[in-house]
Structure formats: structure tokens, C-alpha cells
Design a protein around this ligand. Sequence first.
Ligand code: F6R
Length: 617
Amino acid sequence: MCGIFGYVGSKEAPKILIEGLKALEYRGYDSAGIYVPLNNQQQSTQQQNRCIKAVGQVKNLEAKIPADFKGNIGLAHTRWATHGVPSEVNSHPHSDCSGRVWLAHNGIVENYSELKQELIAKGHTFKSATDTEVVAHLIEENLKTIADFSSALKATLNTITGTYGLVIIDANDPTKLYIARKGSPIVLGIGEGENFVASDPSAIVPHTKKVIYLNDGEWAILQAGSYQLFDLAGGELKREPQIIEWSVEETKKGGFDHFMLKEIMEGGKVIKNTLAGRLDENTLSIKLPELLGVEEKLKNIKRIIITSCGTALYAGWVGEYLLEEYAKIPVECEYASEFRYRSPIVEPGTLVMSITQSGETADTLAALREAKRQGAVIVSIVNTVGSTIARESDAVIYNQIGPEIGVASTKAFMSQVALLTAFTVRLAELRGVTTTEADKKVVQEILDLPAKIESILDSREAIKDVATKYAKYNDFLFMGRKYTFPIAFEGALKLKEISYVHAEGYGAGEMKHGPIAMIDENFPTVALCPADSVYEKMISNVQEIKARSGRVLAIATVGDQTVSKMADETIFVPEVMEMLLPIICVVPLQLFAYYIGTGKGYDVDKPRNLAKSVTVE
Ligand code: F6R
């Protein structure tokens, strides 16, 4: 949440900072700001002129930057409001009273209220309603007794509680970026004679592929030609940069109107990339070399708990069905935000799986830490290499699909479910509860998936027509059973988050226990009724809706005339084995949501009130 970008080098900082913010805009976009000091020291009045802010998207900020606004170091921020409404005064960067300390912050300073009162009593004047501003004034206060800026920063970090990713400039020495991390992701980009810092590596990739992730409790100083890392006691740390694999192309729209459409259209490729090196086409077997270090433990586990949030949680629900049915092991899948607070009991022999695109989701991370504290083995499915959850897990299965930029998760979901399927087959093998023949059949069907996904994507114009017909409704119900039950929730989530339309996911069997009361001609149902073991039950549920004048949009297996005669509209999907239905059935629902959202004229890549990486609770 919120995007920070910082630069120090010999190039013009404003342009680089604005490009960096654009790459990070999916993290928050209610206001943005930039601070670029001149290369020599200035008076505080001049410093105020070196900070420019704007409400709304980064392009509004860009439009306000004058041509003569130059400098070789700077920091910038795009905000997702927590404390204080979106406004220029609340947007970052924030400064102290004197205009010496300038900073941008991600996270929440939890003790800001007490600190603010103390600082006001000492004569500090605050401009904004944010928690962040307190950090600038606290550094200023510490500088009254501590001459050295680094030591004043260290004292400040030891006083504030909560979470932070911070980038700071001392206007008295505008050659250094000070960076600190606790709980909010921050990554350094190491270039040639120039260095970068960002809250997400996707903004750094266009400049350098050498990155260093800061851990909690670490801080750093970046200069044009050097970097130094420290712990909170002040001890210097040695760490070499790691190379990030993403390419610049992966961070661009590639001719599509939106990242969301580009990412949906990557579906077939996503399955191939996810399983590259993991699926042997000759022996039709699955290898997950990343599990080698925990395989002995996996053989003996008694129970699995999956914890995640949002779309990743729905992928986890699919995992629950897969693992129980195929690998014959008890599984519970839980909202990470509830798991951490409900005094969970993690018995010996429990495997906890965190599923997360960003690898930084605060609730998922907290659930992982609680499980780890209780001794669980942690295997995570993560897209962002080097992210906090990846680093804190015992084993990580990476998605291998490049960055997901659209705020609404699409390709990550497909990849997460594909990995859960591969993990299920491997675990079943390790536990000796499957046969080679059964595994081979699953692998062969997985190999056929990309072509089947492509066939749905090829019919996107027809799905667009259906979406256009349904765009007038304000309420939707999505229903499914067994493997399509999580897909009903995911379809509803996609629709509500990008088109702001009320949509509910439901298990079809639950309809008559309440929700069917809502059904009338103005409340359509999206019914997931592909050919599977609960098909007959779904048909009955569709009939119940029709009997109450409800409109039905069905997702059915190609050639199914029973469903298409009953439903008002039908989108057909290719036939696949039941356990792979989630991957196939989600595709039309992603496109349906996309076309309804864009049809209403919304920016589906940046839905209101949302942010990509949810690093606050
Ligand atoms: C919905 C969506 C969110 C995320 C959730 C978890 O489209 O993107 O629901 O799935 O915030 O995020 P990660 O996967 O980064 O942990």
C-alpha cells in the first residue's frame, strides 16, 4: 500500500521519479508528491518550493512539475490514505518545521498520537493529519541533541512503533537517501553510479536488475556510487545484491488497454510458465525441487492449514478441495485476518501454506508468523521473489509469472491454483496415496490446459456481448458447488471490485437457506454448471432460480444443451477433469467482470479504494 520511489545519481531525478511512481501507482493512487532538493544547501523557504504535490493520479502531479525543476536526488510517493483524507496537505513527502527533513512513508506509525502531543508541547507545528509527519518532527527534535543525522534517525526508529518503509533526505546534505524498514516492503536497486529505492521491484527493473531487499529492523544509506546497510543497533551489515529475473516488457501493457486484460489474456502462458521445470512431459510426472528441504516433514504431516486473503484465499479454497480429495489429508483454509486473532491451535505435524501474489500482505504474514511460532512447517506459494513471506517460509514455490500489475488479481489466481494442483499430486505421491496412472492422467490434462484456456480467450467478443447485456443490473449472485464453489466467490469478488456492483458468491446448495429470497427478474445469477460430479444438483438449483423469475447466466461445458436451454445466456468452456475446472471456469468470469467494469468507464487497473499490496491490517 502506497508506493515510494527514490533516486540518487547524476541523471535528472524528477523524470525518473515520476516514471517510478507510474510503475507503482497500482499500490495507491489518491494523491502523489515529489521532493527534489537542489544540489546545494538551501533555506527552508526554498525547500518548500522543492516539494510538489497533487491530489489524484500521478499524471496530475506530472502536469504540475515545471520544466526548470531539476536535481539529481529525490524521493516520491503515491498514496493510499490511512490517516487523513486524500489531499495535498496529507500527501507525502512530509517535512519537519525547519524544512530540513523530508520523507515518504508506507505503513502506520501506531504511537503517532502520543508522539504528536509531546512534539506539539515542545513547539512543533504540524501541517497534516497523517501519522507520517510525526517521524519528520521526531528526527528534527532528535537533531537538537544528536549532531549526526544517522544517529538521530536511529534514535527515531527506536522510538516509533508500528510499521514503516521510509525514505528520507536531509536537505543539509542532499547526496544521500536514508531508508528504513519495519513491516513495509522496501527494496534497493543497485545501478552503475546511481542507486534506487522502491516499495516494489517492478519500478526498479527498468533501471537495474540488481536488488537488495531490506529486512525488518534494517536501515540503509544510498549514495550515487555506494550503499551501506545497518541494523538498529548501528552495526554495519554486508549483503550482496541479488539478480531479479523480471523483464521490462513484463511491466508494460504490451498493446492492451489495461494490465488486467493483458494479464487475463496471458492465461495459457501463465500455466506454461508456472509449471515450467516442474512438469515432465515425457514421464508425465511432477517435480517440485523447492520442496526437497522439507520433503521428509511433508511425508509425515497430519493436517494442512492454508491462510491467505482475497483472491489468494479463494485459490486456497480450491486447494482444500484438491488436497482432501486427491492427497487424502485434512485441510482447513482460513482468512489470514481471522486466523491470527482467534487463538489458533497449530498441532505438531501441521503444514501451513501461505498463498500470496505480493508476498507482503500484512494479515497473511502475521498468520504465517503465528503458525511458525507454534512450530508449523511453512510452505508458501509466492509470486514476488525475495518478498517478506518468501523469506520467512521454510520452502517457497514461486509462481514464475512475472509481476501482476492490475490491482484485481487474475493471472496470479490461475497460477496459484495450478501450483496447488501440482503440489497436491506431489504430496499424494509422497504420502503414497495415489497411483502413477492417476497422476499421469492429471499431468496430461494439465498439459492440455493452455490450449483450452486460449479457446475461451478467443471467444472474448462473445463474452463481451453477454457482459453488455448484464451491465444494467445492480445485484448479482454467483453460485457453484464443489470445485466451482470457490470460483463463485472469486467471480463475485472480481465483479464487485472493478465495477462497484453488488455481487455475492454462494454455494448453490445454500441458496434455499436464505439467498433465494432475493431472486427476482432484477437479480441475475451466474451459475457455474460444468459437467462434473455435482452437475445434476446444479441443474436443480438453476431450475429453482428460473422458477422464481430469476435470470441465469450459465457457465457450462461445450455442447451442453440441457443447460443452454434452461439458462438465459450460456458461456461454454471446454471439457476438463473435475479437479481442473476452477482454472477453466474462472477465465470467463474474469472477462465478464473486465467488460462490465470497462463498459461502465472505470479504470479497472486502479479500482477505487483499493491497492495492490495490502501492507496494513
Ligand atoms: C483481488 C485481489 C486481492 C488479493 C489480496 C491478497 O482481486 O487482488 O483480494 O488477492 O489482497 O493479496 P496477495 O496475494 O498479494 O497476498
